[in-house]
Design a protein around this ligand. Structure first.
Ligand SMILES: [Mn+2]
Length: 243
């Protein structure tokens, strides 16, 4: 198989459309197809902060659930939106407030439709996805070798939030270890979660969250080629968001 993995979108629907076009995907009879039979994968954080979160949910639902032409693993923002749609008490901050505001603008029947889409998308999603023929695993915040093939709450916390220590940095962000530096595995790990200016290759890992929602770019990586394809963001650049 040949796969195009898309980084954190965060409601940047126009940039997603730009990227899918550059990658060569085309709509034919309500199917988004690639002439060479390539498939798409999304590494989570579809929504929040950006302007068009609902459109991203609808497209990814269509590709993953209806067309069954794409793969999706959830991010921490997906997890929080899922819990919001379940009716759990969650704080409307860190970008969730933008998705909820957009959703509340919809007519009631469409609200329920979008809610069901996100519930289905999240509930059917694996915590991480292995592609044995590509020697590849995708996981939103990465995955250490010892967790590949495992499940449970530790694995869930890691793939959603990364290698958090439980401590806080001076600016309030959670302290995270750089698991990729210690990764010794042979399988390639493609992940996102932490915005970087350029796709970051460390050992056999690649971080493709290039902070589109913070004004940088939206990035895809093609497998097995390991070729990077990106499109510029349409949003203002906020440098302090990048590591
Ligand atoms: Mn994330």
């Amino acid at each position: 198989m040949k796969l195009d993995i898309i980084g954190d979108i965060h409601g940047c629907f126009q940039e997603l459309e730009d990227l899918l076009h550059i990658l060569g995907y085309q709509w034919q009879d309500k199917q988004l197809l690639h002439p060479e039979g390539r498939q798409l994968a999304f590494i989570g954080d579809l929504t929040d902060r950006g302007p068009h979160s609902i459109a991203v949910i609808k497209l990814v639902y269509d590709l993953v659930i209806r067309q069954k032409q794409a793969y999706y693993v959830p991010g921490n923002h997906c997890n929080k939106l899922f819990r919001f749609f379940l009716g759990n008490k969650v704080q409307l901050k860190h970008g969730l407030e933008t998705t909820v505001a957009e959703w509340e603008q919809l007519p009631k029947s469409e609200q329920e439709q979008v809610r069901q889409m996100m519930l289905t998308l999240y509930q059917q999603a694996p915590l991480y996805q292995s592609f044995d023929s590509l020697n590849l695993v995708i996981a939103h915040a990465g995955i250490p070798e010892k967790y590949i093939g495992q499940s449970g709450s530790r694995v869930k916390t890691f793939v959603l939030y990364g290698d958090i220590t439980g401590k806080q940095l001076a600016d309030g962000r959670p302290e995270r270890r750089d698991w990729a530096q210690e990764y010794q595995g042979d399988k390639w790990i493609v992940y996102g979660h932490t915005p970087v200016l350029e796709a970051r290759f460390v050992q056999h890992t690649v971080n493709i969250d290039t902070g589109c929602v913070f004004g940088n770019k939206l990035t895809a990586i093609r497998f097995p080629e390991k070729e990077i394809v990106d499109v510029p963001s349409r949003l203002p650049f906020t440098e302090e968001k990048f590591q």
